[in-house]
Design a protein around this ligand. Structure first.
Ligand code: AR6
Length: 339
């Protein structure tokens, strides 16, 4: 997945580069800066002394010393005042400058902490939004895997409004599911409704059961001819119909190029559910089309798990921003969309 939000201690990340939320002196401090210096050892401080500091919004690179990462990119985030002192532009610049440096050093994997969101006081939900926006823009033009590392759950917050809207949607749908379940068991014990009133699923079931007395081979042959287009075929058809390029589609789906090529070249490729859904989101499919695409991969949306309900929430709101969806999934401890 090109952009992932993970919960970890950044000093433990085995990536090409980790980013340090430093101060202008580059000579160490508290928070993530202190943790990185402690884990890297004194060699890091010695190299930092040669750099002559770093301006807010800029970035400089050093070796990783005792860290699992090869490089440390030091960037200096803005101190948050009231939000009207150019803080956002400076924070955006930190992410952009760090990513540019990472690219210059051929890094394929980079991990960021939430810059400025600790001692420097940037509100965490806004700091996360800036991180996601700049990184996802960069990934539209560049091949890289970028992690946003959240240290502890308490340090992580999506906007309260979004959180409570989703929580409410989940509650409502759990209730629905419960009611449907009761309705369903009543239905199962009652005589069947007349055919025209039955749900589509019932009709499909009847069609499958309704075996005319054909010889087995002929029957099987007829059934095989009914096999629908595959997931991969539907995906490619939808990309064409939406007038997208392949790259636009897989980037918007937060899927890397290699996986997309695999799916493209194997008509029978079976994606995981998060991958299939990521494409549905990227193609901005309606709920019905999303269900159709999922079915082709052997899955369905259900109201008995939060993951599915959150996806449904975003589709029903017409919000197809995969990074925002992943933010919400992360907040509710669900797996993320993408490969
Ligand atoms: N791994 C990942 N994230 C971490 C870790 C860790 N090991 N430790 C803390 N965080 P901060 P800032 C998170 O204060 O706001 C230093 O003294 C933390 O929860 O480290 O940019 C510098 O020298 C928070 O969300 O950086 C500067 O003087 C995020 O990292 C000043 O602090 C950033 O918090 C910079 O302040």
């Amino acid at each position: 997945m090109p952009l992932e939000i993970v919960r970890n201690d950044i000093t433990k990340m085995k990536v090409d580069a980790i980013v340090n939320a430093a101060n202008e002196s580059l000579l160490g401090g508290g928070g993530v800066d202190g943790a990185i210096h402690r884990a890297a050892g004194s060699g890091l401080l010695a190299e930092c002394r040669t750099l002559g500091g770093c301006k807010t919004g800029k970035a400089k690179i050093t070796g990783g010393y005792n860290l699992p990462a090869k490089y440390v990119i030091h960037t200096v985030g803005p101190i948050y005042n009231d939000g009207n002192q150019g803080e956002k532009a400076l924070l955006e610049s930190c992410y952009r400058e760090s990513l540019t440096l990472a690219k210059e050093y051929n890094c394929e994997t980079v991990a960021f902490p939430l810059i400025s969101s600790g001692v420097y006081g940037y509100p965490k939900d806004q700091a996360l939004k800036v991180a996601i926006d700049v990184i996802s823009d960069f990934l539209l033009e560049n091949e890289m895997t970028v992690y946003i590392v959240i240290f502890d759950k308490a340090a992580y917050k999506i906007s309260e409004k979004l959180f409570s809207d989703i929580a409410e949607f989940i509650d409502d749908n759990y209730v629905d599911e419960h009611t449907n379940y009761r309705r369903e068991s009543i239905r199962m014990n009652a005589p069947m409704a007349p055919c025209a009133k039955r749900k589509k699923a019932d009709v499909d079931f009847l069609e499958i059961c309704d075996c005319k007395a054909l010889p087995l081979e002929e029957d099987l042959d007829a059934k095989l001819k009914q096999i629908d287009e595959s997931f991969s075929q539907m995906l490619l058809r939808k990309i064409d119909e939406k007038g997208m390029t392949d790259a636009e589609c897989y980037k918007k789906a937060n899927i890397d190029r290699k996986l997309f090529s695999k799916i493209r070249s194997d008509i029978h490729y079976k994606p995981s559910k998060p991958t299939a859904l990521a494409f549905a989101i990227s193609l901005e499919l309606s709920l019905v089309e999303t269900e159709d695409m999922l079915r082709k991969a052997g899955f369905a949306l259900s109201h008995s798990n939060k993951f599915d309900i959150i996806i449904e929430y975003f589709i029903s709101k017409g919000n197809y921003n995969i990074f925002e969806i992943n933010e919400a999934l992360f907040a509710f401890d669900q797996s993320l969309l993408g490969a």
